[in-house]
Design a protein around this ligand. Sequence first.
Ligand code: AMP
Length: 850
Amino acid sequence: MAQRSITLVINILKDSLVKVNSLNTFVFRSFFKPASSAGTEEASSAKRSRQESPQSNGKIGEPEKKIQRKSEEADNRNAKQNVQTNGKNKDTKKASPKASKTSPKNKNTSSPFKKQINDIKKEIKQEKETVDSKLNITSSPFKKQISDAEKDISNEKENEKSDSKHVEVKSEPKSSKDDDASKQNSSKDDNANVKKLSVEANQCGAEYNPASARYHPIKDAYWKAKQSTPYLALARTFEMIEDTKGRYKMVEILANFLSSVLLLNPDDLLSCIYLSINQLAPAYEGVELGVAETTLMKVIAVSTGRELKFIKTQTQEIGDLGIVAERSRVSQRMMFTPKPLTVQTVYQKLRTIAKSSGKAKSPIIHDLFVASRYSEARYIIRSLIGKMRIGIAEKSLFQALATALVSSRGYDENYKKKKQSEADIKKDIEDITFLLKTAYCQCPNFDKIVSTLLTHGIDDLLKYCTMEPGVPLKPMLAHPTRGVSEVMDRLKGNITCEWKYDGERAQIHGDKNGTVNIYSRNQENNTTKYPDIINRIDHFKKDTVQSYIVDSEVVAWDIEQKQILPFQVLSTRKRKNVDVEEIKVQVCVYAFDLLYLNGEALTSKNFEDRRQLLRDNFNEVEGEFQFATSCDTNDPDDIQGFLENSIKGNCEGLMIKSLDNDATYEIAKRSHKWLKLKKDYLTGVGDSLDLVVIGGYIGKGKRTGVYGGFLLACYDDENEEYQSICKIGTGLNDEDLSTHAKFFKEHTIPAPKSYYRYDATLAPDTWFEAVQVWEVKCADLSLSPVHKAAIGIIDPEKGISLRFPRFIRIRDDKSTEDATGAQQVAYMYRNQDQVKNQKTNAAEFDDDFY
Ligand code: AMP
């Protein structure tokens, strides 16, 4: 043990020296444009300190300073010791204040390292005791396993020296008869191996704690400058986020980790970002892993020697293959410690898996899996399944990245925090978050955003991350209204009414080389779904047009009757790789906006000008490409008449758009410059709601064998949680019920997510992953003591629920985060006649998507 402690101290010192040297060149790498006055000052002061510092001459600073820094680093490391048990991280203890103070005994020792050695020895001893008591493994029969595990570690170390390549030792596959015994034994094995790994954890970063309240991006990171970011550090970050409830803290944890990445190896930032939001590339590139859960189970079984049946049962019991994988991995005995995974390796391997076909995927997954340690297995498997379950969405990511960018420039040459007021820091974070969001809206491509950040700095982000054909934008959306009088109240200036077509949103992009792409509302590439539109594009665009982005709705079209067909007809069209010869459902494009023309972004122009440019540069062809039927009027009677016509024309109602000068195209916003007025507004609640299914109630009587009802939730993007809004059982026919039962069978989870907000009295029989959105109508909305939708907005304790909800259809085109938001629910509630008189203040709602 003493030997190990000394080695640990020496390693810490070695680490620190390397860090100090490497950081001199790294820590001042500014992510902010030096041209700005503050930036210039900072850059030149950094330069000054580089020139003045004795470290820049290849020497380390004065001995006192050095010792103090080492001591701080060592203290910092010791202050955060976490041990992982059965896939859950548990804090063992923090370094006791006593232990970090000089004891009378060693007060006068000549070497400062003696104190550290003693402290660390004490730490290790205490930690061993804590771990032992937590795992309850000091008493027989586990003692033998512990010493075996310790022997294994030293053997592994020896072997590692001579051969870095790892070899797995698989246990013999067990027969199914042995299943029960195997379950019991495997849990004992798990414990012994957890112990073994917890000892090892002290040396390899498994105690990394980005949730630490006073996190220091350099001292608290266990990897060195220029060294590849360990995947374990990211996995630890995910673990801590997963164990955290509040979004603010989640953002802080991710920001801490990202600030270390920015300072130590910014080249890893992109991989970290993609892995955090579980993407491999921009959404429009359609890079998908395409790995079935059964494939993963087989890989886990083969790699660990566990029975496939056992893995399946465990997954059903626990409801998370990630955790099963992690536990199986812990139980697996290895002759050699695999080379640690880095974020780059994991990201690149996931990309390779996505590109590989069928069987070729399994060996790569196997390699990744056997190289994983601690919680790495959990998150690798979850990445492969496509569900990280940590609740980090784009909004949190932007805040975390902005915080990390601000934090990473907040240290002086001694890695001490520079003095900056909280208010300034907050303002900087807000400004940078806004810049990041804006850049992402017009260029939803992290490759480009990150490379711009690293090469040009945040100030030039919008200059380089511009709109261009081939990169889909987040669409502008409309606010719901209940009737013509509300429209008149909301839009005071000139307006136009357009038919609201019931089809699929299509952003048609054409570049100067003649390449045409069609994107969905969610930026998915739908080009191969509409080869007929692509073939006809030259009929529509005039010779004046070289490059363009048209915003439109594609609807099913009856060629004989020359009329629009309902959405249900369009939804029967194949989704991908449609063969023109085999097309049965004809479509017509209804263009309503032009966002880009001949190299120029038009989004800052007003709608009237954009519409004029659309009409000037494109031709209408009946049944193929038409401009949205519109009527420029401010007369309520005309609007009412036009609404009725639109319904006769098989449309959903009207889109009413401002023609004012400031009516720009507001990317990714549910804007008040566009209002929607649906036919349903004439009866009951104005708009339908798009809600997320989070649970099912077992059916009785005629509904035996399927779910008889479901628990639905709206999405609160402020807290990034799903809030229950109603139970639903109406509007579902037998076919719907069996379709839903089949679909949700694949998405059950054993317990609700930490980000589901509901009342225990409503707990469904089965919980579901938040994966599907349903359009629902209702008679009205009321305050509810049990449902949690929009809680805190209208009433501090009550939520809002739907009365008499009715299922309309599945909204495949919406992701669960596009579901009706808490603010919208509150808005709809307030806008009801009976509530309206009490109080309405629309201005207080912030409906921005971000
Ligand atoms: P909703 O899906 O109910 O929020 O309604 C907004 C959607 O209506 C948009 O995303 C478009 O797909 C569709 N839409 C149909 N006609 C128009 C139009 N004339 N202008 C804008 N959006 C339209």
